[in-house]
Design a protein. Structure first.
Length: 259
């Protein structure tokens, strides 16, 4: 990325944070700030009406809008907002693995994520090998034929360690493994994982994305296929983000470049 692109990037991020990916479809008189759609259910009478809208499904207008805005900020095809950062992490792991699969993860992880990998996923037949990110060959040596995910955290929470993810991304592409990254402490204006070849981005939106310490939320950004899988899993487990919290998260994103 050139110096000029670096200088211009905060302005682009600020614009996307306010307006989303594009202004297509807006009409004169439409609100600049979307209203809160505080409804659990929606009128739907026949199949021709389209997909069933139900706020537990994550397709309430507020949920969809903020999910797609986060995807735009992260430079990915799609995104979904969920009820917490750990909900986002758990839904990714559960959506992309099954019994008998294997995960390789950094030793430098948020404590609850580590507990999920060590204590909960083994109950579902999913094993994890931890690798010190400072050991370059450790990632390759930890891989198994059944490895489905390599998971890292950048910057780490709470120690703010950072390492170059590009060699790991290259290895993941070589082996056909999905590389996931919890980028909560990076925030897309400082670090966009997709620019380094990372496939799936996870956020605890409670922190920098919301910025006001008044909500709990999570987000996942990635390809449409991955987000479809995460969405299907979240509809089973139910960690949907409340529409009001989704609206507050969108509000936070609109203002996070102003500090």
């Amino acid at each position: 990325m050139s110096d000029k692109e670096n200088r211009d990037r905060p302005n682009r991020a600020a614009t996307v944070g306010i307006h989303g990916r594009s202004s297509e479809g807006r009409t004169p008189g439409s609100p600049v700030v979307s209203p809160i759609v505080q409804s659990a259910t929606f009128h739907w009478t026949k199949p021709e009406d389209g997909d069933l809208l139900y706020s537990r499904y994550g397709n309430n207008p507020n949920q969809l809008e903020v999910g797609q805005k986060i995807a735009a900020l992260e430079g990915t095809e799609s995104g979904i907002a969920l009820g917490s950062g750990m909900a986002a992490t758990a839904m990714v792991f559960l959506a992309l693995t099954e019994a008998g699969d294997h995960i390789v993860a950094s030793t430098h992880l948020y404590g609850a994520t580590r507990s999920l990998l060590l204590d909960e996923l083994p109950r579902r037949g999913i094993e994890t090998t931890f690798v010190d990110p400072d050991l370059d060959q450790g990632w390759r040596e930890a891989l198994r034929p059944e490895t489905r995910i390599i998971h890292i955290e950048l910057p780490t929470n709470p120690t703010l360690r950072f390492f170059d993810p590009r060699p790991i991304a290259q290895l993941a592409r070589e082996k056909g493994i999905t590389l996931t990254c919890d980028a909560t402490f990076g925030c897309p204006v400082n670090f966009r994982p997709s620019d380094s070849g990372i496939d799936v981005v996870i956020h605890s939106a409670t922190k920098y994305l919301s910025g006001h310490s008044d909500l709990i939320a999570g987000a996942v950004a990635g390809t449409e296929d991955v987000i479809d899988q995460v969405t299907r899993m979240s509809r089973l487990y139910g960690p949907a983000l409340d529409p009001h919290a989704a609206w507050l998260l969108d509000r936070g994103i609109r203002t996070w470049m102003q500090g």
